[in-house]
Design a protein around this ligand. Structure first.
Ligand code: BGC
Length: 746
């Protein structure tokens, strides 16, 4: 690992020139392995080695640093120049809301190895060592939160050509670095996902030039511009407008501003060492008239394979689902984040605990989340078994404001360590993920066990609880209706049960017995202290939802809880009343207790707060708050008001499984339950999923008095077809159409 002898600021360049050996025949293999303390863009002989972005991404750098591997044979020349450009990224850039940067280290570093193999079997290796030189680039500033500055007057590709003189460059020095932490990429790289043209360029009430890309996205704007040398063009980004101007307050201290100094010739700028969450941009300093074709929004994301689709006869619902997809892609940028725009963008565990089942349907997220879970386990191992709130965890280095709670095991958030691997096992059927995570999963539950009070409840310590309950005051999102002990004890029960099941799957009998017993004690304590005559302490929708779906209640209480849940849902006039904890489960809880109609009414409600309210307000992603934008078009006054948070989109999992009707009867969809639940006035629903066993699809439609259900099931996969008002039938492989009368279930 080497660093520049001088700190050039901006994004330094590193280069090494060498002769490809001639005596051993053709080069048969050429492999470049590269990583950085920072983010690195490798070049060979003037060409970018790959389209990967922000390499090596964000891992728990203290214990794990990924390296990328590229086949570069086609880029070699007799005299080859290997060049690396390095940005601050997560390593040296800002992280978190305290204004701190360089929390992992103050010096950018690179490590690379280029291995050549020749026809006669001889090898040649070029590695980062003290023969490299370093110098400044045209990137004069870069930060993931604040944006990037490029001075096109400083651009030159001479450093990538042979015989570069290196004026003003320096040598390098070795950094103290443990190579044992290097680990290959097993998760997808971040790449350019989509590009979008502006839909309008307008002038704001105060005279600013505003560009609208029509979609809230994560990435940057590629700019083509020609103007007098030295002209500065500045681009600020935001997700929404307020009073017709760029709404930057939700970004808090993230500047989200790129600035470019023009060379005097035709310039192209693309700021690849930053990213912004934005739909709108404000442009200042543009020379002459700005045209739509001068700008292109580039959306970036981890390169995930799409697997799931969902489409209905209801256009608002379709738009909502599309927003879930956009929100997911923008928050799956190397790690699963809470939001992509403000001074946060952290791997908040509670958010992915809620959203993982939805993510695992829409995309193949197995390698992506398995990689993140390795970071989770590494952090946990160095934190007394506590699963931190964010993974990777820079919070441990930040100077928190007075009153900020100490990070400890927390329901929903820390439960991600159990719920996420369990979700991956259910979605993809490979118990290797359970094996890999078992120590982490069980350490989490044991840690929680140590926190139980003598009553056997988890009613101690700080909890986020039903975070962002719509009835909580904007400035106190933890002040939810749901009792935090009820939420935490319910979650502890769920995690203990899942770890018990995991232990059984892995044939770890002693642990299976241990966690089964713990789950039993948690369930007993929950019922003894929190449940009376079917009423649950704090009597609100979230507590009933969790108790029902997690299986905490006996049959009589389950029925009573279902009635009460339906009643509360109705009393709230089908406006949503749950936060992060309850939202992923409320529609399931209603369905499981025969209140499908209420579930649909809740789903399709359009007034604030509801899932569809943001859609009626023009949302193109899922918001952090039910009312991130208030009905009068002003931005919620809460400190945390993102317009791109996936957690509340977790209901899409219910859309896929229950409305569409595809669910797994055995892990990995080796056995299927196809059980569409028509309702809500929907007349046509189509959903499909590429499983590890092949494609599954359901298309149901109602015409007149009949419900027609078309199914597609892979060869070798069996299961149950359950249609409303009908007896279960065995599932037929291939394509099948079944028609049943609507009156049988209406
Ligand atoms: C994040 C959330 C996160 C929460 C924890 C917020 O600032 O954006 O999504 O889970 O803090 O309470």
């Amino acid at each position: 690992m080497i660093a520049a002898a001088e700190d050039f600021g901006g994004a330094p360049l590193f280069r090494r020139e060498f002769m490809v050996s001639r005596e051993h025949g053709d080069v048969t293999e050429a492999t470049l392995k590269v990583s950085a303390l920072g983010v690195v863009e490798p070049w060979i002989n003037g060409q970018r080695v790959s389209g990967d972005l922000l390499t090596p991404g964000w891992s728990s750098y203290e214990w794990r640093l990924r390296y990328a591997t590229y086949d570069v044979r086609h880029l070699l020349a007799p005299t080859t120049v290997l060049g690396l450009c390095v940005g601050n990224g997560w390593y040296r850039g800002r992280l978190g809301w305290t204004g701190q940067s360089a929390v992992y280290g103050a010096e950018l570093g690179i490590i690379a190895q280029l291995d050549l193999t020749f026809a006669d079997g001889t090898t040649q290796s070029i590695v980062t060592d003290d023969t490299w030189i370093a110098g400044p680039s045209a990137v004069t500033a870069n930060d993931l939160y604040d944006g990037q500055s490029i001075d096109a007057r400083l651009r030159s590709d001479a450093w990538l050509q042979p015989d570069f003189t290196g004026d003003g460059w320096s040598g390098v020095h070795r950094l103290d670095f443990d190579r044992g932490i290097l680990t290959p990429y097993t998760s997808p790289p971040v790449t350019r996902w989509r590009t979008l043209h502006p839909v309008s360029i307008t002038t704001s009430p105060t005279g600013k030039t505003l560009v609208d890309f029509g979609q809230n996205l994560v990435g940057w704007i590629r700019v083509q511009v020609k103007g007098p040398q030295g002209t500065t063009v500045t681009i600020s980004h935001a997700e929404v407008l307020e009073h017709g101007e760029l709404g930057v307050r939700p970004l808090r201290t993230a500047r989200a501003t790129d600035s470019y100094i023009l060379s005097g010739h035709a310039d192209t700028f693309e700021p690849t060492f930053t990213f912004h969450g934005f739909r709108y941009a404000e442009i200042t300093g543009w020379p002459g008239e700005l045209h739509e074709e001068d700008l292109l929004a580039v959306a970036i994301s981890s390169d995930l394979r799409a697997t799931g689709t969902f489409h209905t006869s209801n256009s608002l619902l379709n738009k909502f689902h599309e927003n879930v997809v956009w929100g997911m892609r923008g928050n799956f940028v190397d790690i699963p984040t809470d939001c992509p725009q403000r001074d946060e963008r952290l791997g908040w565990t509670g958010d992915i605990a809620a959203f993982a089942p939805t993510a695992a349907f829409l995309y193949d997220v197995e390698p992506f989340l398995a990689e993140w879970l390795k970071n989770l386990a590494a952090e946990q191992e160095h934190h007394d078994g506590i699963i931190a709130w964010v993974i990777p965890d820079p919070l441990k280095y930040l100077e928190m404001p007075v009153g900020f709670p100490e990070v400890g095991s927390t329901a929903v958030w820390s439960d991600a360590g159990v719920w996420v691997p369990w979700t991956l096992y259910q979605a993809y059927g490979d118990s290797a993920i359970l094996e890999a995570q078992f120590d982490s999963m069980s350490a989490h539950v044991r840690r929680v066990q140590s926190l139980l009070s003598p009553s056997g409840l988890w009613d101690t310590g700080f909890q986020f609880g039903d975070w962002l309950d719509p009835d909580a005051p904007p400035e106190s999102p933890a002040k939810a209706k749901a009792d935090t002990g009820v939420v935490a004890t319910a979650c502890a029960y769920r995690s203990a049960s899942l770890v018990a099941q995991t232990a059984a799957i892995l044939h770890r009998d002693a642990q299976a017995a241990e966690f089964t017993a713990l789950a039993g004690r948690l369930r007993a304590a929950f019922n003894e202290h929190y449940v009376e005559d079917g009423r649950i302490v704090s009597d609100c929708t979230t507590v009933y939802s969790l108790a029902i779906v997690f299986g905490l209640l006996g049959q009589a209480d389950q029925d009573a809880a279902g009635e009460r849940l339906a009643q509360l849902t109705k009393e709230a006039q089908y406006r949503i009343s749950t936060g992060f904890a309850g939202t992923p489960f409320i529609t399931d809880a209603l369905t499981m207790t025969n209140h499908l109609e209420e579930a649909y009414k809740l789903l399709l409600e359009e007034s604030c707060p509801s899932w569809l309210y943001p859609v009626t307000m023009g949302a193109t992603t899922v918001w952090e708050r039910w009312d991130s934008m208030l009905p009068d078009g002003t931005i919620n006054t809460g400190q945390m008001t993102s317009f791109n948070h996936y957690a509340l989109g977790a209901v899409a999992d219910w859309l896929h499984r229950v409305v569409g009707g595809i669910s797994a009867l055995a892990p990995g969809y080796a056995q299927l339950l196809i059980a569409p639940h028509p309702g809500g006035g929907l007349t046509d629903v189509e959903t499909s999923l590429e499983t590890r066993h092949g494609r599954v699809a359901v298309h149901w439609s109602i015409a007149g008095d009949s419900l027609q259900v078309q199914t597609e099931v892979p060869e070798g996969v069996g299961g149950i077809l359950r249609l409303p008002g009908q007896r279960d039938q065995p599932l037929q492989p291939g394509r099948t159409t079944t028609t049943v009368p609507v009156r049988a279930f209406a």
